[in-house]
Design a protein around this ligand. Sequence first.
Ligand SMILES: Cc1cc2nc3c(=O)[nH]c(=O)nc-3n(C[C@H](O)[C@H](O)[C@H](O)COP(=O)(O)OP(=O)(O)OC[C@H]3O[C@@H](n4cnc5c(N)ncnc54)[C@H](O)[C@@H]3O)c2cc1C
Length: 452
Amino acid sequence: MSAVVERCARQEWKSGPMSREVCHQFEVLVVGGGPAGLAAAARAAEASATVGIVDDNPKLGGQIWRGADQDAAGSDASMWLARLKARGVAVICGASVFDLPRPRVLLAEAETAVHVLAYSKLILATGARERFLPFLGWTLQNVIGVGGLQAMVKSGLPIRGRRVVISGTGPLLPAVAAHLRERGAEIMVICEQASWTNLLGFGCSLLQQPGKIRQGLRLSRQLAGVKFLTNAWVVSAHGGTALEYAVIRSKGETKAIPCDYLACGFHLVPNLELPMLLGCRIRNGCVEVDDLQQTAVPNILCAGEPTGVGGVELSIVEGEIAGLAAVGRVDEAKRRFRERAKHRAFAHALDHAFRLRHELSSLPSPDTVVCRCEDVRYSRLDRYASWRSAKLHTRCGMGPCQGRVCGPAVQFLFNWNSESVRPPILPVRVESLAVSASGPRSEYAEVLGGSK
Ligand SMILES: Cc1cc2nc3c(=O)[nH]c(=O)nc-3n(C[C@H](O)[C@H](O)[C@H](O)COP(=O)(O)OP(=O)(O)OC[C@H]3O[C@@H](n4cnc5c(N)ncnc54)[C@H](O)[C@@H]3O)c2cc1C
């Protein structure tokens, strides 16, 4: 660990009405405030390091612990948040990391400021997002991501009495269905594209994990009476301005199901933009790490879903190991290896059970929009050999989402990979770009002097 820096050394100055720069320096900086990031920050701070955690949501918690879970006394979320508070971890919420202007410095844009974040060690815990696949009608109003619908309901969207079709793959489908049903939604059907045999194999792989079995049994009780089809998927969505019905395929037949919402999600894909920008090595779609969660780039560790999608328990234990390793507590980190191995087995089982069937690649018709931001249709893409050349000719993936939605889809449809990532990794205000481009101001250089 480098020389101890002053706890939360911080300097602020104004450079205009909107672009206040706020400068921070940490021994350990964690990007991502989900379970992995919280565990990493708590473990590092408990070893007396100066720790900061930055997340783009208004509150910490990530995908699973956002909202009410945090306030429930005795919940995992409240326990980790209390540990952060007890150790004075600096929390920067509502700020998206978008660039690295120089080594060991990141920039994060918030509503009225740009945070300049200098670090000695960096832990990336940027999580995962849903994979969407295009099909006829997927851009209609009320056709939405499974996790997206859950997040909207958690934020107050009324769902009572609304008819919902759920389609895609992975354990998120029944989890979200149960959540929506509890809030009064009528779940018309859950279409899981995986086969019954795959699900059976997945169930058997959980026998060593009583916690997961209990979760599964609880879900099946919550979903009693709901139709759950395997080998089934949505082929199209129809309606005027808004959705009226979804057509599903099951056992070789198609059937129209009336609904108010069609929630789709084809498992999760790791958020790799920041790790790639920092030069981390990617293997099989995940950040490559060693036993101590160290990436191929010195002083940069990674934990949670970017290293492989494996559920909340895996994210927590990887976060703990990364946090401990970042502050040199290697023996303590090693004591968590066994727990991690158990949860990694679950991640492998997930990958195997919910791999996408090839029939899904024929869902889009020539006219189906693949890149929603730039309105690029399937027929304009299938002539290119790589995403790079498709981008150059069609602007696919170059709109506001920067390929976050269409990237995983074209990866599946055409086997194209994202070859490079450039800053800014997210759309940001021009004045934030100016901070990134103009380099250190004199005050900025002074504060960050130790991290050149
Ligand atoms: C949409 C969705 C819904 C889910 N719902 C459930 C569920 O109901 N039940 C369940 O068991 N599992 C659910 N999961 C899976 C669950 O999220 C994971 O198992 C677990 O939360 C992963 O923890 P994590 O810390 O690795 O990542 P996350 O919880 O995803 O946390 C990563 C955090 O990093 C932030 N971040 C990413 N990039 C940046 C950046 N550049 N700048 C600043 N912040 C950044 C993200 O906004 C996020 O808050 C869901 C996953 C998704 C994607």
